[in-house]
Design a protein around this ligand. Structure first.
Ligand code: MF3
Ligand code: CO
Length: 269
């Protein structure tokens, strides 16, 4: 047992949830995953530079596929558990996992989450941004702004040797203070060597609960914030698209982070 093993073991003995050592990335793995994350950010920048009213979400899928593969990567969503496209595009009342489609055309007033995940040399990265099309309603603008603030507050609450629940508490508190709700049961995840690793990351848990943030851990901060209630349903036909139950707007922003000895570092956003 080395020093870290003893520390993890004594935390576990006090009832804390600690990561398995296999979840803690080595410096070599971190370097490789950071390269994947750089490409992931570039893909999002590419989408940001080309998104416009009148284009279809299918065209966004093409932008993502072409840019990623031209730079030596593979879009992680493509064929992942049967997902048919290279990116998730979630429009207005879609919470997440929207499937790009030829006849879904972006219109003035829309809000859209584009969730990009990349495999480079076998290493995974993941982030999403909100895009607004032309002039949007004050109601939609506020939801998008508060969702970004939620993720920033979650990030600021994240400290090495703190807990995942600290992040959730900061996010949930800010969302509720603004009259919004945070989606439960769909959340973030560990990432790096696989697309979805342990732990599941909830954004509704209390401060000081859930897994301890140990240096070397990588995971996503990606709350889904609804203007109405938190309930959702999944499209029966495609088995993927998640809609708000009450048809209200939903927004999401995703950062992928690394816990270091001193801080929690953003790898792609
Ligand atoms: N990017 C999504 C996430 O953050 C993954 C969606 S799975 C997919 O977990 F197959 F829909 F891409
Ligand atoms: Co994602």
């Amino acid at each position: 047992m080395d020093k870290l093993d003893i520390k993890l073991w004594s935390l576990a003995a006090r009832g804390q949830i600690v990561p398995d050592r296999s979840l803690l990335k080595t410096p070599k793995q971190i370097a490789a995953i950071k390269k994947s994350a750089v490409l992931n950010t570039a893909v999002l920048d590419h989408v940001e530079a080309h998104i416009h009213a009148g284009m279809s979400t299918e065209e966004i899928d093409r932008l993502v596929y072409d840019f990623t593969t031209e730079h030596g990567g593979i879009p992680a969503p493509l064929n992942y558990q049967g997902f048919p496209k290279s990116v998730c595009t979630s429009l207005n009342n879609v919470v997440c996992h929207g499937i790009p489609c030829e006849d879904e055309i972006l219109e003035e007033g829309d809000i859209l989450n584009v969730d990009v995940s990349t495999i480079l040399n076998g290493y995974y990265s993941d982030a999403s941004r909100m895009f607004t099309i032309g002039e949007i309603s004050p109601r939609a603008a506020k939801l998008v702004r508060v969702t970004k603030e939620c993720v920033e507050r979650g990030l600021r609450a994240a400290k090495p040797w703190g807990h995942l629940g600290d992040i959730a508490y900061a996010i949930n508190t800010h969302a509720r203070r603004n009259g919004y709700s945070v989606v439960e049961d769909i959340g973030g995840h560990g990432i790096g060597l696989e697309f979805h690793e342990t732990p599941f990351v909830s954004y509704v848990t209390p401060k000081g609960t859930e897994m301890v943030l140990v240096p070397g851990m990588m995971f996503t901060i990606e709350p889904m914030i609804n203007e109405g209630g938190p309930d959702f349903f999944i499209d029966e036909d495609n088995g993927w698209t998640v809609y708000t139950e009450d048809d209200g707007l939903s927004a999401q922003v995703e950062y992928m982070v690394l816990v270091t000895e001193r801080s929690v570092e953003v790898l792609t956003k």
